[in-house]
Design a protein around this ligand. Structure first.
Ligand SMILES: N[C@@H](CCC(=O)N[C@@H](CS)C(=O)NCC(=O)O)C(=O)O
Length: 87
């Protein structure tokens, strides 16, 4: 199973949209608030390369990690994943 972490913060409208999408799914996504958690912000910069949110950290079954920016791309990606049959 892929593991997901969403880097975001409360008042960001793009983040809110992704969170609202997630509310209607059963996907498990860890939330990290980059305004409240300095370590989360540092991890985002180090891993993703920039501090823009939302950003989805995707850890593949293989251990490979991808960082996906852009709310529309995040929602589209997760929408595909949630339709996958459970192995
Ligand atoms: N097109 C992006 C816009 C994201 C965006 O503008 N996020 C703002 C917060 S609401 C941000 O992180 N700005 C700071 C930055 O880009 O470094 C999306 O849809 O995700």
């Amino acid at each position: 199973m892929e593991q997901y972490t969403l880097y975001q913060y409360d008042s960001c409208p793009y983040c809110r949209w992704v969170r609202q999408f997630l509310d209607g799914t059963e996907l498990e996504v860890r939330m990290r608030d980059i305004l409240l958690d300095r370590e989360a912000y540092d991890d985002l910069i180090r891993g993703g390369g920039k501090g823009t949110v939302p950003c989805l950290r995707i850890e593949k079954d293989t251990g490979d990690v991808e960082w996906l920016y852009e709310s529309a791309d995040i929602v589209e990606y997760l929408d595909v994943q949630r339709r996958q049959p459970i192995p």
